[in-house]
Design a protein around this ligand. Structure first.
Ligand SMILES: *[C@@H]1O[C@H](CO)[C@@H](O)[C@H](O)[C@H]1NC(C)=O
Length: 252
């Protein structure tokens, strides 16, 4: 409120100072009034000067922020990452497992590409994954099967490119993310996708020429039976602070 009053009062006294200087009766004014006026205008110019300086500072810091945090972001960043996690899904007493992957983040295009190599200890498939935030789609290319699977992007599991970039920059010094855990999600392959172009150019590039299916989340959280397990493939990956095992099953 004080600032608002200052803003409101300063220009007016400046105006009166300017108006006074144009008045022919200026010379006839009493010296006391004159000196009071000029000291007042001194304060006024000083305050306006400070305001201009402050504005300059605000713009300068905005520029610096934009320069360092927006233009300085590389268009594409590649991270080679590893995590240690407790495999609570299958072998709760086996201790720690390791997962490696390459993460490419495209901040401007708003998508992430993850390459999971053949894991050291079997059980899951190597894969290429794209999370396209512009389209709101995720695609898994299971390299073992050479098939593609597409589903709506789940933003509670997948960090947006910018946030993931920040996370990975912060853990870059130590190559490993801190000790983490694994969650599981189960999917069922549904209809065959024929019109690949509806999936956007990034997923199109990944999946064109490959058998592609839509996925549906399996709602009930239940153990996959032994008979079903033969129809399922697992992909372990991470794009957040935890590991996700995506289990993709054929419709039985
Ligand atoms: C996203 O993933 C979480 C954790 O697995 C799950 O609880 C949630 O239902 C999923 N959301 C959608 C829209 O699939």
């Amino acid at each position: 409120m004080a600032a608002a009053r200052l803003m409101a009062c300063i220009p007016r006294s400046c105006m009166s100072r300017l108006a006074a200087s144009r008045l022919p009766s200026w010379e006839e004014q009493a010296p006391a009034v004159q000196s009071r006026r000029s000291s007042l205008s001194g304060v006024c110019y000083l305050t306006m000067g400070l305001l201009v300086l402050l504005l300059g500072l605000v713009f300068a810091s905005m520029y610096v922020y934009r320069y360092f945090f927006i233009t300085q972001l590389p268009r594409e960043s590649v991270f080679h990452c590893g995590v240690l996690y407790e495999d609570s899904l299958y072998s709760p007493f086996k201790g720690q497992l390791e997962l490696h992957e390459d993460v490419k983040i495209y901040i401007e295009e708003n998508y992430e590409q993850i390459n999971v190599p053949v894991p050291q200890f079997g059980g899951s498939d190597p894969a290429d994954i794209i999370h396209d935030f512009q389209r709101g789609l995720t695609a898994y290319h299971d390299i073992t099967l050479d098939k593609c699977y597409v589903i709506e992007l789940n933003t509670t599991i997948v960090m947006p490119p910018r946030n993931l970039w920040e996370l990975l920059v912060n853990v870059k010094k130590g190559t490993y993310l801190p000790q983490t855990y694994i969650i599981q999600e189960e999917m069922i392959a549904t209809e065959h996708v024929h019109d690949m172009e509806q999936l956007g150019s990034f997923i199109y590039r990944l999946c064109s020429g490959k058998e592609t299916y839509r996925l549906k989340r399996r709602s009930a959280r239940r153990r996959i039976s032994r008979r079903e397990a033969g129809n399922c493939h697992r992909i372990r990956h991470f794009e957040n602070t935890f590991v996700v095992e995506t289990v993709i099953c054929k419709k039985s």
